[in-house]
Design a protein around this ligand. Structure first.
Ligand code: PMP
Length: 291
């Protein structure tokens, strides 16, 4: 990854990919004072770009820092990164963190940095896997309570248990892991939200201790427009047997059908297909739709 060609926007400058380096005594590295975004450009336009930038700034605020660039400046920087790298369909990764001025727990004397990289990332899961539905393992880690960690921020520290869960699942032959929350309700996958379908009803966990994904909210709107009733509520793992279909949503995952969670099986069908189609139409740049 660090030896690629291309350009990264780094604190206001475009620097060659290989030179976008930070010091080993960076606060963000030692104490997770770091927030990031995951975005996708389709046909040269980042889907819901401003919403992602606003979430990045809000995540920084949650971690008690102000990113020293405005929404408009970050929007312009993201466009520049796509242009300079000649990218049309790509993944975009802005990251903001506290620097290396001092190294101990307090962070307020450490400068806030911002970098934006972009690269081609066709699909989070392979296409064949997507059509069959992916297999999920239950994670042994639980999403923590809102009083334990600022769970609404897209902050690096919240991903430690995601990485542990995903690596364990993959080592056991699964594509991803599904986490419960601190109360034992179904929460989310390691980088995506989860939905369950029974007939024309779609149920999804209430996002009260995990990220209310931009894709999640988009898909809820599309499902309602498509005639589904969407119910956001606490879902117990024991209930999963009564659902017919299951899918994940996320910027990287897009809409990914699920065929198995632990011992529960699902058959990707009409609802999965409808949501994949509706989402892929929705993410296309609006100028293309108007042509
Ligand atoms: N939960 C987690 C833990 C994630 O990393 C992501 C991806 N950002 C999501 C949910 C989905 O969020 P979004 O739809 O905004 O990409």
């Amino acid at each position: 990854m660090d030896q690629r060609d291309g350009w990264i926007w780094f604190d206001g400058e475009l620097v060659p990919w290989k030179d976008a380096r930070i010091h080993v005594l960076t606060h963000g590295l030692h104490y997770a004072s770091s927030v990031f975004e995951g975005e996708r450009a389709y046909g040269g336009e980042i889907f819901k770009s401003r919403e992602h930038t606003e979430r990045l700034i809000a995540s920084g605020k949650t971690l008690d820092f102000t990113i020293p660039w405005s929404v408009d400046e970050i929007e312009a920087a993201k466009r520049l990164v796509l242009e300079k790298n000649g990218l049309v369909d790509s993944y975009v990764r802005p990251v903001a963190w506290r620097g290396s001025e001092e190294l101990s727990v307090p962070a307020r004397n450490n400068k806030v940095h911002l970098a934006i990289a972009a690269w081609v990332w066709p699909s989070y899961f392979s296409v064949e896997e997507k059509l069959k539905g992916i297999r999920l393992e239950w994670s042994k880690w639980r999403r923590p309570a809102p009083e334990t960690i600022p769970c609404k921020a897209k902050a690096a520290g919240l991903y430690m248990i995601c990485t542990l869960s995903k690596d364990a699942a993959m080592a056991n032959g699964y594509a991803d892991a599904l986490m419960l929350d601190y109360r034992g309700f179904v929460a989310e996958a390691t980088g995506a939200n989860v939905f369950f379908v029974k007939g024309k009803e779609i149920h999804t966990p209430l996002p009260d201790c995990f990220l209310d994904g931009i894709t999640r909210r988009t898909v809820i709107g599309l499902a309602k427009a498509g005639g589904y009733t969407v119910i956001e509520r606490h879902i117990s793992p024991e209930e999963l047997g009564k659902f017919d279909e299951c899918f994940l949503t996320g910027t990287a995952a897009e809409v990914t059908p699920v065929s198995l969670i632990g011992d529960y099986r699902f058959t990707p069908g009409e609802a999965c297909r409808a949501m994949i189609d509706a989402y892929s139409r929705e993410v296309q740049p609006k100028r293309a739709a108007a042509e």
